[in-house]
Write a protein that binds this ligand. Structure first.
Ligand SMILES: [Zn+2]
Ligand SMILES: [Zn+2]
Length: 665
């Protein structure tokens, strides 16, 4: 019995439009699915919108719409955008569906029945002004682990740790900006700690990319805390028996993978249980995700599945992050490229972006998006190598023969095609998409050399059958290229396929078609070029759009003189400095700011500065910085320093010594 494969993609959050960062995961996943099908594997591909969680509720409140309306809008947007890029899911569902509500309720009830859920009274951030509890994104504060500014559920700007309710320090209400307090309430927890041994074994065997496995193993080797799976929200899947609680979004979002499979199975007369309630059975579940949600997919998710008795995923494939123009991706700072506004609506072909994103670098590495590199890859590789070979071959064949001419296929050509086919298949199966695409592109480069060195344009004058043989070999290579590139560029590959007289139906063709001899006498129509060069002016225009976006985002952040005057910046003299236990980065300083008492300030300069060398030095201090506790040590102020990724902190110092407390403006 043939094994079946279920491929899923991390769910797009239905709270904003698609950007290039999303595609880093979806394009390779679609490529992978197409490649499995070319190997004759029984493959199903599901995804859907993630409809729940606090950011959607907050955004909907701000826009004056219901969460359901907001979700529907972006659900339709993603559905359409994916189709425009030929990312074709068998099912694109929505976690707000009845199926997902029902499946989530069933799984939570099963976990409760098996004793994996317990209740506990915990202290939660509560805003007395708004008179409500503040789940997840409703609260911000300080990460208890690294001291960075963090959101209620995640240390997104610091160490990346998932934060449990009640863990965040110095909580502030996001709605009214006032100080939150802690109040006790009963919540429900999943006994994640009981799954430590299971997870450790599971991760050892987990397939996919090593970044996912290794990152998760690091977390499992540390302390695994039980996981709070309820929230005080209206929007979401109701926690069974509790009207005021919903399950945490990271419970019902991955359950979407199951409910979307159920919905697909319903529509196609298949049995979803063969996929999800078949542990040790003949189904391989493979998750494609972004590198930022490894924790959820490699720790929470397998433990939930194990606890509820469902099939465990065989592999997790995590893509590297996306940078824009060498800067960290950031919507608020303008470092974003929108899929519709900046790409599809500008008339760029979807295949070019598919090619660029899948072939730029290894799947797990960081991808630095640049319009310049996009242009270079299109012009040099697609136009210069692949497009050039296909066009010169077919134009010559059409003009001189009109059909596929007779002639034996050279053993060298057979070998090259066979080797390329094997290399492409193996690389794609190993999630090495760049390696596979490079192997296919090498075959095109070989085709160019073969055409050039056999000089059919000379041969045709003296030896027409000899020229015909060269042409037939080249057409065979074109046919193979169409097959091998179909997973990467489905539209263009189908065009090439049609140009060698194969008609439609490339999607259904297997990799083995690459070596099946193209039939003599098959008509060769007048070819059209597969790719067009991208002009410098086009790229300049695109770069200007990005620059303008960044400028406008920066402008929005301009501060008035009044706002600046609110900063109390002073020169201080360091009186003492000592390391903080358990922290590699932090020093505890006492600084004379010309006040009655020296200020205690925690500074992240331990890696670059020796405490003893600091005593007596003058530094620049933001004196009215919001007080915070870092590693349990109170900090009242911030030492100003320049910083670089490589060089560490560079302290700002006055030009000459001044009295402690001298103000800066
Ligand atoms: Zn942190
Ligand atoms: Zn409030």
């Amino acid at each position: 019995m043939q094994r079946r494969t279920l491929v899923t993609c991390g769910l797009p959050y239905a709270n904003g439009p698609a950007h290039i960062g999303h595609l880093r995961t979806y394009i390779p996943a679609d490529l992978f699915v197409r490649s499995l099908r070319k190997q004759g594997k029984d493959t199903t591909f599901v995804c859907g919108s993630d409809a729940h969680g606090t950011p959607i509720v907050i955004n909907a409140e701000e826009l004056g719409v219901t969460p359901a309306e907001l979700v529907q809008k972006y659900h339709d947007h993603f559905d359409e955008t994916f189709k425009s890029l030929n990312i074709i899911f068998d099912k694109f569902g929505n976690t707000e569906s009845d199926t997902n509500h029902n499946r989530t309720t069933e799984i939570v009830n099963t976990l409760i029945a098996k004793g994996y859920v317990f209740s506990q009274s915990i202290e939660l951030a509560y805003c007395p002004t708004c008179d409500r509890f503040l789940p997840d994104r409703y609260v911000e504060g300080v990460c208890p682990d690294c001291g960075a500014v963090a959101r209620g559920d995640e240390c997104d700007q610091g160490c990346g740790k998932h934060l449990e309710p009640g863990e965040i320090l110095e909580p502030l209400c996001k709605i009214c900006k006032s100080k939150a307090e802690y109040r006790v309430q009963e919540h429900f927890f999943f006994k994640l700690s009981e799954f430590k041994g299971f997870l450790s074994d599971y991760l050892d065997k987990l397939g996919g990319t090593s970044n996912a496995r290794n990152y998760a193993k690091g977390w499992v080797e540390g302390e695994l805390h039980d996981w709070c799976i309820t929230r005080n929200l209206e929007w979401g899947v109701r926690f069974p028996g509790h009207e005021n609680l919903v399950v945490y979004v990271w419970v019902d979002a991955p359950i979407g993978y199951i409910s979307f499979t159920e919905e697909w199975a319903d529509e196609h007369g298949a049995d979803w249980k063969k996929y999800w309630m078949n542990p040790g059975g003949d189904t391989d579940i493979i998750h494609f995700i972004g590198g930022d949600i490894i924790y959820h997919h490699c720790i929470f998710w397998p433990a939930l599945l194990k606890g509820a008795g469902y099939t465990l995923p065989r592999a997790v494939v995590a893509s590297g992050m996306v940078k824009i123009g060498d800067k960290t991706f950031s919507k608020s700072r303008g470092y974003v490229v929108w899929v519709n506004d900046d790409y599809l609506d500008k008339g760029f072909h979807p295949d070019l972006l598919r090619y660029y994103l899948a072939s730029y670098t290894s799947h797990t590495k960081e991808l630095n998006f640049s319009w310049k590199v996009f242009q270079e890859k299109v012009n040099n590789e697609l136009v210069g190598t692949l497009g050039n070979f296909v066009y010169r071959t077919l134009l010559f064949a059409h003009k001189n023969f009109g059909t596929v001419p007779d002639g034996d296929i050279d053993s060298e050509v057979v070998e090259k095609i066979g080797a390329a086919k094997d290399a492409v298949t193996l690389a794609f199966n190993e999630y090495e998409f760049k390696r596979g695409i490079d192997a296919a592109m090498n075959l095109a480069a070989f085709g160019n050399v073969y055409f050039q060195s056999n000089e059919p344009w000379q041969l045709i004058k003296t030896d027409a059958p000899g020229a015909g043989k060269v042409v037939r070999n080249c057409i065979q290579i074109v046919k193979a290229l169409a097959v091998l590139f179909e997973p990467v560029m489905p539209v263009t590959a189908s065009a090439a396929w049609a140009q060698v007289g194969m008609g439609a139906g490339l999607d259904g063709a297997s990799y083995d078609e690459a070596t099946v001899a193209v039939e003599v006498g098959q008509p060769i129509p007048k070819p059209a070029m597969l790719f067009a060069k991208i002009e410098d002016t086009t790229i300049q225009e695109m770069e200007e759009i990005l620059e303008k976006r960044v400028r406008e985002a920066t402008k929005k952040k301009h501060v008035t003189f009044e706002e600046f005057s609110e900063l109390d910046i002073r020169i201080g003299t360091i009186v003492s400095a000592e390391p903080i236990k358990k922290s590699k980065k932090l020093l505890k300083l006492l600084v004379d700011l010309g006040e009655n008492r020296d200020r205690q300030i925690v500074a992240g300069i331990a890696e670059t500065h020796n405490p003893d060398d600091l005593v007596g030095r003058q530094v620049v201090v933001l004196a009215n910085m919001q007080p915070a506790k870092l590693f349990g040590v109170e900090s009242r102020g911030m030492i100003l320093a320049g910083g670089s990724d490589s060089g560490g902190a560079i302290l700002l110092v006055p030009e000459r010594e001044v009295p402690a407390g001298t103000s800066v403006a």
